[in-house]
Write a protein that binds this ligand. Structure first.
Ligand SMILES: Cc1ncc(COP(=O)(O)O)c(C=O)c1O
Length: 384
């Protein structure tokens, strides 16, 4: 583990580094690898849902350098799928990413100078806050009803949103909210940045049409990931952008890593065109739905009424609001002693003053027995 906390004066390193905070999730990932630890931290998919990692015979070509945009076949497949869900785009607007985390980095490089206003949900994905903060963003936390008063003269540069099965809350925006938000961005020249890694993990029917599909003019970026549906170790995601932004994002991608791993891209092409693809997706969704439901049952049994939460309609997380008197840091320290990990809610807030005691629990990784045992321990600790 790198300790950046007590770094003091570092004359040869950038000023920006002082805004880089270690992610609590990354820090816990190491601890969560130990066999006797029950981890509700991180967003780890269940290994039994991973796609079989076989290299297609054609993959030899993938050992050479490739195009920065990504493999043409993969870009075409992605564009086709996005068109089918209502997003009007062509393959030449698709950029293959080394994980969708890279899309956040490229979007930040595209838009954020020191003091640039970035609108975010509150709470939102903590590793996005980490990146935007690194480049000097000044955050604007949007209210839960998403009401904003932006004008062409006074508006943030970009709005970063996760409207479908949000990380950390699991929330899914309604059609009206999606349409109104897209119109707000268009009307006030705000770049819409929609992050959508969980859209396929839908356990109930809900609106999932991309907000970007309502953007008829204006600038937008929409991104997705293969981490949650195929495997995170592939490190593969994609972004699609309006034509004014795309060339800049492509240059930033080139400068960052030339192109994404071609072996991973070949494997993903293979998976997207596999005859059993629909069956795999059904298996994934039904496995996670069962896990979510068992997890909710165990929470009802072990956590009692003092904790507030809702069953998420999709995604990988439960978001729990705890009674005001709970000290979440002390709870985490006590839980770690008993080999249970969770993610505290505070780092998900751009403005930590808005955070009430809350925690995020991942339900996809732990087995049902482990989840039950871990929640029983959390219940004990909360009652103590
Ligand atoms: C909202 C959101 N965006 C982006 C990512 C990054 O995913 P990846 O880089 O694995 O595609 C995650 C990972 O959990 C996430 O929750």
């Amino acid at each position: 583990m790198i300790d950046i906390s007590g770094s003091g004066q570092l004359p040869l390193l950038t000023q920006r580094l002082s805004d880089l905070r270690a992610s609590p999730v990354r820090a816990m990932l190491e601890a969560s690898q130990k066999p006797d630890v029950i981890s509700f931290a991180g967003g780890l998919p269940a290994p039994e849902t991973f796609a079989k990692a076989t290299l297609p015979a054609s993959a030899e070509a993938a050992l050479q350098y490739g195009p920065s945009e990504g493999e043409p076949r993969l870009r075409a497949l992605i564009a086709e799928e996005l068109q089918a869900i209502g997003l009007d785009c062509d393959a030449d607007q698709v950029l293959i990413l080394s994980g969708s985390q890279q899309g956040i980095d490229l979007s930040a490089k595209l838009t954020v100078d020191a003091g640039t206003r970035i609108a975010v949900e509150s709470p939102t994905y903590l590793a996005a806050l980490q990146v935007f903060r690194f480049f000097g963003a000044a955050f604007e936390s949007m209210p839960p009803d998403l009401s904003v008063n932006w004008t062409r003269q006074d508006h943030p540069a970009m709005a970063y949103i996760i409207p479908t099965f949000q990380n950390p809350t699991g929330r899914c925006w309604s059609a009206d909210e999606r349409e109104a938000f897209a119109h707000n961005c268009e009307a006030s020249d705000v770049i819409l940045f929609e992050d959508d890694p969980y859209r396929d993990l839908a356990y109930e029917a809900c609106e999932r049409r991309p907000v970007a599909s309502w953007m008829k003019q204006g600038s937008w970026i929409y991104q997705g990931s293969f981490s949650k549906t195929l495997s995170p170790g592939l490190r593969l995601g994609f972004m699609v952008a309006s034509r004014d932004l795309y060339p800049h994002l492509l240059l930033l991608k080139q400068a960052a890593d030339l192109h994404s791993n071609r072996l991973s891209q070949y494997m993903v092409i293979d998976q997207l065109t596999a005859p059993d693809r629909a069956a795999r997706r059904d298996f994934l969704v039904s496995t996670y739905r069962a896990r979510r439901d068992a997890f909710a049952d165990a929470m009802r049994r072990h956590l009692g009424n003092a904790v507030e939460w809702q069953v998420p309609p999709g995604g990988l997380f439960f978001w729990l609001t705890l009674p005001d008197h709970v000290d979440v840091d002390a709870l985490l320290a006590a839980a770690i002693k008993r080999k249970v990990l969770f993610t505290p809610g505070r780092p998900f807030y751009a403005d930590e003053a808005l955070a009430s005691p809350s925690i995020r629990l991942n339900f996809s990784h732990a087995s049902q027995e482990a989840a039950d045992a871990g929640l029983a321990i959390l219940g004990d600790l909360l009652r103590a």
